[in-house]
Design a protein around this ligand. Structure first.
Ligand code: ZN
Length: 169
């Protein structure tokens, strides 16, 4: 009997370093984000570097696999929390000449500082929203796995990827 050997593709699991090409659309079909051509997103799997819904569907996949998935808000950026949307008087924004929709501020709350953005500007009042801009949205991903490798010990210790597509330290 002669062996005929073919290399088994490495499957995505905790502590895999994974490269993916992706495109993200909302339910209206608008492209919200995408990896640049020839420059995939590289991340360390199992360390909360991606939204949980996307990590779940990538688990067990291998190089060359493509998937299309619709992720509910609970597994993405959460539901909209109305209490994080508040109208505040303009005079609370000290030292800012012109208040405009989209500007971001740090707000102090009883649960610590949160990042908020202006969503409406009226005569006397400004509405700020501390929800993630994608809160309440279903996310539609087209993903192709470009590469899977085992992480180095230092990457696992740091919780992120080093080298190409990662960070310096
Ligand atoms: Zn590091």
């Amino acid at each position: 009997m002669a062996y005929h050997l073919s290399l088994l593709a490495m499957q995505i699991a905790n502590d895999s370093v994974v490269s993916i090409d992706y495109e993200l659309k909302n339910d209206a079909g608008e492209v919200l984000d995408a990896s640049a051509e020839g420059s995939p997103l590289v991340y360390l799997h199992g360390h909360r570097n991606l939204i949980s819904g996307l990590e779940q569907v990538l688990e067990g996949k291998a190089t060359g696999d493509s998937l299309k998935v619709r992720i509910a808000p609970a597994d993405a950026y959460g539901e909209v929390n109305e209490s994080l949307r508040q109208r505040v008087p303009k005079d609370r924004f000290q030292g800012v000449e012109q208040l405009e929709v989209g500007m971001q501020f740090q707000a102090s709350t009883d649960k610590g500082p949160i990042s908020v953005r202006i969503v409406a500007v009226e005569e006397e009042l400004v509405t700020v929203d501390g929800n993630h801009p994608l809160a309440g949205e279903h996310l539609n991903f087209n993903v192709t796995v470009c590469d899977v490798r085992a992480a180095e010990e230092s990457e696992i210790a740091h919780g992120h990827v080093h080298g190409k597509g990662g960070v310096e330290h």
